[in-house]
Design a protein around this ligand. Structure first.
Ligand SMILES: [Zn+2]
Length: 352
């Protein structure tokens, strides 16, 4: 989880880059301009440009328009986006013939569009992460509600005090991966903002969970004192991003600080308390650190589909499995500790 935060920070930086070699290329610019004016590249014309051409007096009414593949309604491939994509494909073909390597366009590699998805592999792996969190949540609920002993005073409730925190975490993580899938399916301002904001909310929340779990302080006042400033800071930051200025650099710095902080907290805590599941925790930390190399050493997409970022999304799938393994082990560990403490107290009362 802590590594998610760090990795999310790096991925947000990668996605925020604007003005790349590809879109500065003169041939690409000319192609895009011509396509937007005529709705066609060479002899292929695009359905999404049809309406704008009709407004031009039907000058190209004799040309055949190619109907786009599935789901034209939601995909939002308007004429400009369609022209940019098709010109990118054409330029990349020319570059390959000339023996040149692929370049980025508007901060993204030239991906093959599949089923109208802009970055199909990242979409699939984002959904896989979402499913893994959903599975983690359901198995966690089954464990704490059905398999582990319950407190029997009045309403039955789990012994594990952090159940609610982890449930909220899973919902935020699921929301984050949902927007990640949508963003990779189609990168527009709305989807990008939603992806960033949901990622920031997970990073901030995981910092709170890290502090509360490792502190293990039952005093409500202490918890409120620690959590309130972080929530206030997060709310201010997200409002600033939404209403004032979407500052990528500032967001990146804040994410990094929160990410590094929780990474240190979990690693040191696991070492000091000799937690029985500390090896799972460290595996996730080390695995995440190794996965981060994929974000640092970026490369063009293999077969037009798998770039470093999408592979990072793939790597986090098994790491999420192990992370939920740690959470469930922690639930068992705390429940055993608390039920043993109850037994000891009952024994003392009997002796008295
Ligand atoms: Zn991503």
């Amino acid at each position: 989880m802590c590594l998610w935060a760090l990795l999310l920070c790096v991925s947000l930086l990668a996605a925020s880059s604007e003005g790349s070699v590809g879109d500065r290329d003169e041939k690409f610019r000319t192609c895009t301009k011509q396509c937007q004016n005529t709705g066609c590249i060479n002899f292929t014309c695009f359905e999404s440009c049809k309406s704008s051409l009709t407004n031009d007096g039907g000058q190209n009414s004799t040309q055949q328009f190619r109907v786009l593949p599935l789901f034209p309604g939601w995909q939002m491939w308007d004429c400009t986006a369609e022209c940019k994509y098709q010109c990118m494909v054409q330029r990349e073909l020319e570059r390959r013939v000339e023996g040149q390597l692929p370049v980025q366009y508007h901060g993204k590699w030239p991906f093959k569009r599949l089923l109208s998805l802009q970055e199909p592999a990242s979409v699939v792996f984002s959904i896989a992460n979402l499913v893994m969190h959903l599975e983690g949540l359901l198995s966690f609920l089954s464990l704490v509600l059905n398999k582990l002993p319950q407190r029997c005073q009045g309403k039955r409730s789990p012994y594990y005090e952090y159940s609610t925190l982890w449930i909220i975490y899973s919902l935020l993580a699921i929301n984050s991966w949902f927007w990640s899938a949508i963003f990779h399916a189609r990168d527009i301002v709305l989807t990008e903002r939603m992806d960033y904001l949901s990622a920031v909310s997970v990073i901030g929340y995981t910092l709170i969970v890290a502090i509360l779990r490792t502190m293990n302080d039952k005093a409500e006042a202490t918890r409120v004192m620690v959590v309130s400033p972080i929530i206030a800071f997060l709310a201010t930051h997200m409002l600033y991003l939404t209403l004032m200025k979407f500052d990528y650099g500032l967001n990146m710095k804040i994410c990094l600080i929160m990410g590094v902080l929780q990474l240190l907290i979990w690693t040191v805590w696991g070492w000091f308390v000799h937690h029985p599941a500390r090896f799972k925790l460290w595996f996730v930390v080390l695995g995440g650190a190794a996965a981060m190399l994929l974000e640092i050493f970026d490369f063009p997409p293999l077969w037009g589909l798998f770039d470093a970022h999408s592979l990072w999304h793939a790597v986090t799938v098994p790491l999420t499995y192990f992370w939920w393994g740690f959470i469930k082990d922690d639930a068992v560990f705390r429940t055993n500790y608390l039920t043993n403490a109850v037994k000891v107290n009952k024994g003392r009362k009997k002796v008295r």
